[in-house]
Ligand binder design. Structure first.
Ligand code: IPE
Ligand code: IPE
Ligand code: MG
Length: 232
């Protein structure tokens, strides 16, 4: 199996279950998020080893920001800022490109500065692209794209124009979307991009994801028969 694995060009992860992972162990939700950040490192490294071109990560939704307690959001921003300063900076040094999707203008200034630095430091690299969705919502993304087109004076749109105004413009189409924690929903992530993606829902909580989990995911993906509306 190992040498027959099909490798998606573009894989996305909805990192879910940090809170439940922590509460199962009598730990705080913050500890769950910290361990989630560790899992992210393992999974990104494993994706690079597999030669995946683009990894999209759902790190924080617009809805999380609007609906979660202030203290949790504050913790998440400090974790994201720290991660940007440390791990993401290392990614830039390893030759990966790091990009961010979502309404970044609303983020705390310290987070904005940290992510801008990582983006700038990595933008001329040619390695794997790590696309991190922060304060992201797919409906917001699509609405923003339509507004961009209207502002350019267009009165009618086609699919390509819309695609070109999404955060994922220019990226290979999304081959595989993986969600951890057993929930079977998209929670406003990449609705347009998922049109023909393979969907995979894994029962494990995100902090338990590692290199072997990625191998299992790729084994399952390799068995899928993608037809895109055609016949075999
Ligand atoms: C995912 O874990 C991380 C974010 C949404 C930021 P959760 O925090 O949603 O964990 P559960 O779903 O409550 O277990
Ligand atoms: C989706 O997880 C958002 C991220 C992983 C960033 P949620 O935990 O917010 O999703 P719901 O609330 O269960 O749909
Ligand atoms: Mg959740």
């Amino acid at each position: 199996m190992e040498n027959q694995l099909k490798i998606p060009k573009h894989i996305a992860f909805i990192m879910d279950g940090n809170g439940r992972w922590a509460s199962q162990r009598g730990l705080s939700r913050s500890e769950g998020h910290k361990q989630g950040a560790e899992a992210l490192k393992r999974v990104v490294e494993a994706c690079a080893e597999r030669g995946i071109e683009v990894v999209s990560i759902y790190a924080l939704s617009c809805e999380n920001w609007a609906k979660r307690p202030q203290a949790e959001i504050k913790f998440l921003f400090s974790l994201i800022t720290q991660t940007a300063k440390k791990e993401l900076r290392q990614y830039a040094e390893l030759g990966y490109r790091v990009r961010f999707s979502g309404d970044l203008t609303q983020l705390p200034k310290s987070t904005q500065n940290a992510i801008r630095k990582v983006f700038d430091a990595s933008k001329n690299n040619t390695g794997m692209l790590v696309n991190i969705a922060l304060n992201y919502g797919s409906r917001q993304e699509i609405t923003r794209a339509v507004n961009k087109i209207l502002q350019a004076g267009m009165r009618e749109i086609d699919e390509q124009m819309l695609e070109d105004c999404l955060y994922t413009a220019g990226l290979p189409s999304l081959d595989l979307l993986v969600r951890s924690s057993g929930e079977k929903r998209l929670s406003n992530f990449m609705l347009w991009q998922c049109a023909y993606s393979e969907l995979m829902f894994i029962d494990k909580y995100w902090p338990d994801f590692d290199k072997n989990t990625l191998t299992e995911i790729l084994e399952e993906y390799s068995k899928r028969d993608r037809r895109f509306g055609g016949v075999k």
